[in-house]
Design a protein around this ligand. Structure first.
Ligand code: NAP
Length: 231
């Protein structure tokens, strides 16, 4: 995932675990970080007319922070990459509305690996005779439960299998785990287990940086991982 051009980045959630990772990656790739939003300066930033406007925002914050930012940005639309999870249906709709004005990428998981295993689930299309269970493990400080990724995988299974009942994902919050997701399919004779483990946070930051370069090719539109990877 190589940088294409030097950009001015704005980071929402700049002091957070992901925000810090994105900042370090952006600076090491030779980009500028011209705006850093946290809970302490969001209001001040939104009110100030002199605030530096980035070429693209990368957001890893909270649903509330993203919500407030979107209300304001609608006046001067700027491309946005968001990985914030725990969004309500209304908040996701708001992102899609904003995407009518500029290009927007949202993914509850920015890793290529999760995009690929989501695609793999399509193989179950012709094999309905399995019982499914998704489970996930994340560090103790993660706020949402189940993870946005587990919900994405559940949604995909429902899409692939039609009316079949897919139980709610099981969640464990423990230690410093960056993210483990597993889909199991059980029949009377066999068990299929598909598992993805994030080995660090950089995998998500790299995905976000890559997406930020990709969406700048479009004037507007809402994109998810499958759209940009064309899978
Ligand atoms: N899509 C992916 O691949 C992916 C990967 C990892 C995490 N995530 C998601 O990304 C989000 C952030 O995760 P994290 O682990 O980095 O969280 P974190 O360490 O808790 O950081 C949260 C950041 O948001 C800021 N913030 C909180 N409330 C705010 C407000 N009202 N206005 C403005 N800024 C506010 C915090 O600022 P203060 O320091 O001032 O509190 C902090 O900078 C979560 O939703 C998480 O699930 C997504």
């Amino acid at each position: 995932m190589k940088s294409i051009r030097k950009l001015k980045y704005g980071i929402v959630g700049a002091t957070g675990r992901m925000g810090q990772e994105v900042k370090s990656l952006a600076l090491s790739a030779g980009h500028d970080v011209v705006a850093e939003i946290t809970s302490k300066n969001l209001t001040q930033y939104l009110k100030s007319k002199k605030s530096q406007r980035p070429d693209v925002w990368i957001d890893f914050s909270t649903p509330e922070a993203l919500d407030r930012l979107l209300d304001q940005l609608i006046q001067y639309p700027t491309p946005l990459v968001s990985g914030t999870t725990g969004l309500s249906a209304n908040q996701l709709e708001k992102i899609k509305k904003y995407a009518k004005k500029t290009s927007v990428f949202w993914a509850p998981n920015m890793s290529v690996g999760i995009a690929l295993i989501t695609k793999m689930l399509e193989a179950f299309d012709s094999y309905q005779d399995f019982d499914f269970q998704i489970d996930e493990v994340h560090h103790k400080l993660k706020k949402d439960k189940p993870s946005g990724t587990a919900l994405l995988l559940q949604k995909k299974l429902i899409e692939v299998l039609g009316q079949k009942n897919i139980p709610a994902p099981l969640s464990i919050r423990a230690g410093g785990v960056y993210g483990i997701h597993r889909i199991q399919a059980f029949s009377d004779e066999e068990i299929i287990s598909i598992e993805h483990t994030a080995l660090n946070r950089r995998v998500f930051a790299k995905g976000a940086m890559w997406a930020s370069q990709q969406i700048l090719h479009y004037k507007s539109g809402y994109f998810e991982m499958k759209d940009l990877l064309k899978i």
